[in-house]
Ligand binder design. Structure first.
Ligand code: ZN
Length: 75
């Protein structure tokens, strides 16, 4: 049996807390996912791969908006 050193944790009610950035796989807090993610608490950007300004504008809750925000950054 392999040692489970994964950061993936199960919550008390048995559902896996999926609080990772869909873009860079960076860890985000459940609160972050709830506030800035879509209605399934999925985020497509985080403080690792997107600016706080874009996140607060709501760009993290949509893959295309997140992609556009990152392209703006690269210019
Ligand atoms: Zn990210």
């Amino acid at each position: 049996m392999a040692m489970n050193t994964s950061a993936e944790r199960e919550t008390d009610d048995g559902t896996v807390a999926d609080t990772r950035c869909r873009n860079c796989d960076g860890f985000v807090t459940p609160q972050f996912a709830r506030v800035f993610g879509n209605n399934r608490n999925e985020v497509y950007g985080c403080f690792e791969c997107m600016t706080a300004t874009e996140i607060k504008k709501g760009s993290a809750n949509h893959p295309e908006a997140a992609e556009r925000a990152r392209q703006d950054l690269r210019r």
